[in-house]
Design a protein around this ligand. Sequence first.
Ligand code: F6R
Length: 286
Amino acid sequence: MGKTEKIAGCLFILLIFKSMLYRMGKRWYDYEVIIRKGVRIMRIICAKDYQDVSRKAANIIAAQIQLKPDCVLGLATGSSPVGTYQELIRKYEAGDLDFSKVSTVNLDEYVGLNKDHDQSYAYFMRNNLFDHVNIDQANCNIPNGMNPDAEGECARYDAVIAGFGGADLQLLGLGPNGHIGFNEPSDSFVKGTNKVELTKATIDANARFFESWDDVPKFAYTMGIGGIMQAKRVLLVVNGEKKAQAVKDCFFGPIKPQAPGSILQLHPDFTLVADEAALSLVKDLL
Ligand code: F6R
């Protein structure tokens, strides 16, 4: 065998070896798992970390906007979607997204905070998304935390959601106790927008953002389970080990109001984008 054939042979073996290594070492988080239950589909997209979750979720939202420029997005606040919003802003700045015809309905708002308070969810949305893209803020809906008439405010917000026929895509985060929106674990699922009393744990957790514990809002208006389930597509982003138990309880356990997110198992088009840490307790089930 000549020198050239020997080199070619070695290169060929190296190529096969590399391809074997790639297959063996293929990252498990590249996989997408689809669980079929009759006609219902729960799609789980496994991501590497928070940044990966954010990128994958933003791609889905971007596709929604591109396919239906006048779509209605249901939006969430909290730390989980911040990276997703940053990715969407990046796509907008790159000229790939146009928000001019998009409408939005947010999940919740604190009772007693006006929209300019820096801890209000209205402020959060402007700060993290609306002020950075070409959305018409007249089309952005958030419960009015300053309306003292709870019944009236909840009915008004339900009418807004119903007027849209539900969101085209509802983005959600997941509480460590399995809550979605401010729908906390309880003995029943609440259908419509409602005024909820925040749990002591939530007030304690929020206290760091306010001057004193007394300043922390004790109530919030939240879209109900019915409003969330009315969305044509639901996308939930979750990351970190502290959410792993909630992921297991909500998406791999029975459907029950004590794990509010579990209702999403009944949604016909539900996608969970979760990182390795959040999926750590269900890894063997995927
Ligand atoms: C936010 C919301 C909440 C959060 C949840 C997770 O509008 O309704 O349900 O999505 O509490 O919060 P983070 O993302 O801060 O862990």
